[in-house]
Ligand binder design. Structure first.
Ligand code: SF4
Ligand code: SF4
Length: 436
């Protein structure tokens, strides 16, 4: 059974295929703090890729309200419970093992979805490859694919809704009123659960950009990928009897389409480009032969994930090394955030509420242009203010604000955008027809 290195877990792990990496990887950062739950991203994707017959319940992009919302219902609570059952009280992190880029969050000492299933099967004397079930997962029922925005904007689970949709679902301890929107697309994982589970080898990861695709000719609709994706982002289409998933809008990502990308540079996916709240930033990161991210501190994604450590993977303990990263919401209890984003959560919230000058500049670049920003630069300006901010630990820190200028460049090194931290004020001339 091959072993691969998962830097998000800080250790090697079992995976059914040999380790191999793309030259560049599609990746993204979502700033949860800014999302208004408007679902514009959801509809942008729906109207582009999944408007046909048989795709009615397909939402390659969805935005759910945590802690109760989820699509399919309670997908994460269910899998967390299965992992806990497979490894009681063992799903823990050893944060003292944090050591540079190969284990930046510490070492996960629990079992991934690949390990939790393999151990069970080894007891029965079967080898990992011979068994059909290579990944711990489950197939959601039709009811669970119902109502994609169930519990939207609810801090507490409304009993009326609960009765309407039936089922007990997850039961969580009563909590103070808080909720947040969680934006979700396929993570184009480094070690995809969908790919590992597919008995037809119909799923592949592109070497040029790490995008994970399902070959529609090879797929026979066994739905093992639906079962094996821990994020439930592979979906079955009854009319074609095949599974489908997010394709990272690859015609936009490639930058080769004369109509879509006449400048020859990649542009953001539909869900990113439509984001009203300006919470999304997408890009491509360079991958070294050993799977680590090549040092590239001027790349916005590298900077946020590796230098500032302000953006974290979603449920890294599942073991797929997802390539979607989140700036966690600052108002949510830390225990919940650590369960969802791993032990880096407290540092990430601190780095967001009291950002460095470079980080504050970079936050201005979210969703300001269609073109993917491959590199950014800060030009220092004057100090314009300061304020005291409370960190998650309860400590106070002084945040100094400078009116720096931030410049973004495309993949060909051409300037795409230039902005200042302080928004300039323009007074409209009195003769404007809307003047009062
Ligand atoms: S999120 Fe799911 S569907 Fe997407 S690559 Fe990962 S395992 Fe596959
Ligand atoms: S478009 Fe942006 S702000 Fe609106 S729901 Fe989607 S991610 Fe959130």
């Amino acid at each position: 059974m091959p072993k691969v290195y998962n830097w998000q877990l800080g250790r090697e792990m079992l995976y059914p295929y040999e380790e191999r990496h793309p030259r560049r990887q599609f990746a993204f950062v979502f700033n949860i703090n800014r999302c208004i739950g408007c679902q514009t991203c959801t509809m942008a994707c729906k109207s582009t890729w999944t408007f046909s017959r048989g795709q009615e319940y397909m939402w390659w992009n969805n935005v759910e309200s945590k802690p109760y919302g989820g699509y399919p219902h309670f997908w994460d609570a269910k899998l967390l419970a299965m992992l806990e059952q497979a490894n009681p009280a063992g799903q823990v992190w050893n944060v003292s093992g944090a050591n540079g880029i190969r284990s930046q969050y510490g070492v996960f000492e629990g079992k991934t979805i690949f390990e939790a299933v393999s151990e069970e099967q080894n007891e029965e004397g079967e080898t990992f490859q011979e068994t059909a079930g290579r990944v711990l997962g489950y197939l959601p029922s039709d009811d669970e694919w119902d109502a994609p925005n169930i519990y939207e904007d609810t801090a507490r689970r409304p009993e009326k809704l609960h009765r309407r949709w039936g089922g007990e679902g997850a039961s969580l301890p009563a909590h103070q009123s808080w909720f947040f929107h969680l934006q979700r697309i396929c993570n184009h994982c480094t070690y995809p659960g969908c790919l590992a589970a597919c008995p037809r080898q119909a799923i592949y990861k592109r070497p040029e950009d790490g995008v994970v695709l399902i070959d529609q000719q090879r797929c026979r609709g066994y739905r093992k990928c639906v079962e094996g994706c821990p994020y439930k982002k592979s979906m079955y289409r009854g009319t074609t009897r095949t599974s489908e998933k997010c394709i990272a809008c690859y015609p936009r990502l490639e930058g080769k389409d004369d109509f879509l990308t006449p400048d020859g540079v990649p542009i953001e996916t539909r869900c990113m480009a439509a984001c009203v709240g300006k919470i999304r930033m997408q890009g491509l990161v360079k991958i070294a032969r050993d799977g680590s991210w090549e040092r590239d501190p001027d790349n916005p994604l590298y900077y946020m994930v590796k230098e500032e450590k302000v953006a974290l993977p979603l449920y890294p303990q599942f073991g797929t090394e997802p390539n979607g990263y989140y700036i966690p919401p600052r108002w949510v209890p830390m225990d919940y955030l650590i369960q969802m984003f791993g032990p880096g959560a407290e540092h990430a919230v601190e780095a967001y509420v009291c950002p460095s000058r470079r980080m504050l500049g970079l936050l201005q670049l979210f969703r300001v242009a269609q073109k993917i920003i491959a590199r950014f630069k800060l030009i220092e300006g004057k100090k314009v203010g300061e304020s005291e901010v409370a960190l998650p630990s309860g400590k106070k820190k002084t945040l100094e604000i400078f009116n720096d200028t931030v410049v973004g460049y495309d993949t060909k090194g051409r300037q795409v955008v230039q902005l200042t931290v302080e928004e300039p004020v323009f007074e409209r001339p009195k003769e404007h027809y809307n003047s009062i």
